[in-house]
Design a protein around this ligand. Structure first.
Ligand code: ZN
Length: 99
C-alpha cells in the first residue's frame, strides 16, 4: 500500500492563506493564559497559526485575528516579543527559498 503523505493545512491568521502546517508558526495560548510563539509546535494549549513572516503577525495584530482565534486578549508587549522573536529566527529553514 502506498503511503499517502498528508500534510495538514492550516490558515494563517494574518494573510488567511492556507498553508502546510509545517510552513506555519504556531502561536499558543498556554493553559495559564499566556501567549507565545511555539517554534516546535509541541506546547500544550490552544494554537493558532501564522506564516513565518512578521508582516502576517502585524496584520493579525491589526485585525485582532489572533486574539479571536485564541479567544484571549494579547497585550502589546506580547506582540512585540513575538515579532522580535520571529525576526530573530532565520527564515527558510523549512523550505528552499520558495516565496
Ligand atoms: Zn500569512
Amino acid at each position: 500500500m502506498p503511503k499517502v503523505k498528508k500534510i495538514p493545512q492550516r490558515q494563517c491568521v494574518g494573510c488567511r492563506e492556507m498553508r502546510d502546517k509545517r510552513e506555519l508558526l504556531r502561536v499558543v495560548k498556554s493553559p495559564e493564559g499566556g501567549v507565545s510563539l511555539d517554534f516546535k509546535g509541541k506546547q500544550p494549549g490552544r494554537g493558532a497559526y501564522v506564516c513565518h513572516n512578521p508582516d502576517c503577525l502585524k496584520k493579525a495584530r491589526k485585525t485582532r485575528a489572533l486574539e479571536r482565534a485564541l479567544s484571549t486578549a494579547i497585550p502589546p508587549e506580547v506582540y512585540d516579543a513575538m515579532e522580535a522573536e520571529m525576526d530573530a529566527q532565520p527564515k527558510g529553514g523549512l523550505q528552499n527559498g520558495a516565496s
